[in-house]
Write a protein that binds this ligand. Structure first.
Ligand SMILES: [Zn+2]
Length: 148
């Protein structure tokens, strides 16, 4: 018996009875999943972080979620999210989120992108300039001590 070639199917986001393409929002129950977003380059999603999953249909017929940080949801991701369900409330897991996160999702839904402050920012090391500024602060504080 030959297995159906699911992997060769291109139209994964259409409504042909498959669950593939379904989205889910949740707080990461572990820190094992890696983000598929391009912004953070595959960083682990920390436990408790809000993450957005897309159900993928694999060649063996199994369905697995691929996860990304909420902060790694680009406008394109939001666009696809909006195509997957009619309203934000219908996203799987939405009602289990905290009210403030539901609001966050609704806002992103309305604006077509996540809030600027939510966008993933790579943890960057302080630049040389910033380091110097901090150093100056210390010096200043010391200098403020009365000399006599
Ligand atoms: Zn990410």
């Amino acid at each position: 018996m030959r297995l159906p070639s699911i992997s060769s199917r291109e139209k994964s986001d259409t409504e042909d009875g498959e669950k593939a393409g379904q989205r889910r929002l949740e707080y990461s129950p572990s820190s094992r999943a890696k983000c598929i977003g391009t912004l953070c380059k595959g960083t682990d999603i920390a436990k408790g972080e809000l993450r957005l999953g897309t159900l993928k249909n694999y060649a063996d017929g199994k369905l697995w979620y691929k996860w990304r940080h909420w902060g790694c949801a680009t406008p394109m991701v939001i666009k696809h999210l909006k195509k997957s369900v009619e309203i934000a409330d219908e996203i799987d897991g939405f009602h289990e989120l905290l009210p403030e996160d539901q609001e966050k999702v609704q806002k992103a839904w309305a604006e077509g992108k996540i809030a600027d402050e939510d966008v993933f920012k790579p943890a960057k090391k302080p630049t040389e300039e910033e380091k110097e500024e901090k150093g100056k602060d210390k010096v200043k504080k010391k200098a403020r001590k009365p000399k006599e």
